[in-house]
Design a protein around this ligand. Structure first.
Ligand code: NCD
Length: 313
């Protein structure tokens, strides 16, 4: 792996901090790792001397397995931490927990946490490289990177392309990170959903707002469909899930009326029959499983570029 280019940041806390050149560097590196992942031996020695701890304070399937696989494919030593089985439940603070782990000579921390800003707090207080794997409703930078990478793979350069982000924009860290990443890559972004699930300030990020799903799909080259985040909703934002599905759900009949193919994406987990029907999620228009596949290569790229010893690899 050639190592002349570097990221402008020592951590990956959010897409907000990345330059378009950083994003390009991550994509170029991910292309090389994707090639490694298609070999019979899917492993490189790049992070052989690096120890990484995965700190997950929130449920996760894809992101957690994807980071762990990425770390193992890079030959890092990996430690997994699950909040429910830890001393956090005995009242220990986040900083104390992490400092104790770090005193066992850990180099990098991958963290998912329910509090927005938790990754940034660690980066300020802790001597280790921090990768944000999702901080509450704030950012989920590796998801946005793998989404944009998967879009480029499917439709080429995103410059001027129309990307719709549909659903629960208000509670979604994927939405914010996607908007920041896609606009940095020159795409035109539109958010679409019920008015109650779209923050009033969202236009300040340079995106269009629509409450009309048919019009949005007609406009879009790609639609990234988000899950209704019921676990974050403290009040009723729409009358019922059935009604949401009726007005904003993506189904085959709706797509067929468009007379063109929109690329369908979803970060998962999918609520089949709510934001997307099975015949759309499993169709040839959908690149949902390619997103998951690309996630490993993107996370390998991020870890490789941020690792303290990457320059010697
Ligand atoms: C997302 C997340 O956790 O923010 N999922 C993921 O990381 N693949 C989206 C979601 O939970 O809906």
């Amino acid at each position: 792996m050639s190592e002349s280019r570097k990221l402008s940041q020592p951590h990956l806390l959010g897409i907000r901090d990345l330059t378009p050149e950083d994003i390009r560097l991550i994509f170029d590196t991910a292309v090389q790792f994707k090639e490694v992942l298609n070999r019979p031996i899917k492993k490189v020695p790049s992070l052989r001397d690096t120890t990484i701890v995965n700190l997950f304070f929130e449920n996760s399937t894809r992101t957690r397995i994807s980071f762990e696989l990425a770390e193992k494919r890079l030959s890092a030593d990996v430690v997994n931490f699950s909040a429910s089985a830890s001393s956090v439940s005995k009242g220990e603070t986040l900083i104390d927990t992490v400092n104790n782990i770090l005193s066992m000579k850990v180099d990098m921390v991958v963290m998912r946490h329910p509090a927005p800003g938790a990754a940034e707090l660690l980066a300020r207080k802790i001597k280790a490289t921090i990768v944000n794997a999702g901080d509450g409703t704030h950012e989920h930078p590796t998801q946005a990177l793998l989404d944009a990478f998967s879009m480029e793979e499917k439709i080429g350069s995103l410059e001027g392309k129309h990307i719709a982000i549909v659903g629960d924009i208000l509670h979604s860290r994927v939405a914010l990170s996607n908007i920041l990443c896609l606009t940095k890559l020159g795409a035109k972004v539109r958010v679409c959903g019920p008015p109650t699930l779209i923050p009033k300030w969202i236009h300040t990020l340079g995106v269009e707002v629509s409450y009309d799903i048919r019009d949005t799909l007609e406009w879009a080259d790609v639609a990234n469909i988000l899950r209704i985040q019921l676990e974050r909703q403290d009040t009723r934002y729409f009358p019922s899930l059935r009604e949401y599905a009726l007005y904003f759900g993506i189904n085959r009949a709706l797509l067929e009326e468009l007379g063109k193919d929109v690329v369908i994406m979803h970060p998962g987990p999918i609520n089949r029959g709510v934001e997307i029907t099975s015949d759309v999620a499993d169709s040839s228009q959908s690149i949902i499983l390619q997103q998951v596949e690309n996630g490993v290569a993107i996370r390998m790229a991020v870890l490789y570029l941020l690792a303290p010893r990457a320059t010697n690899a």
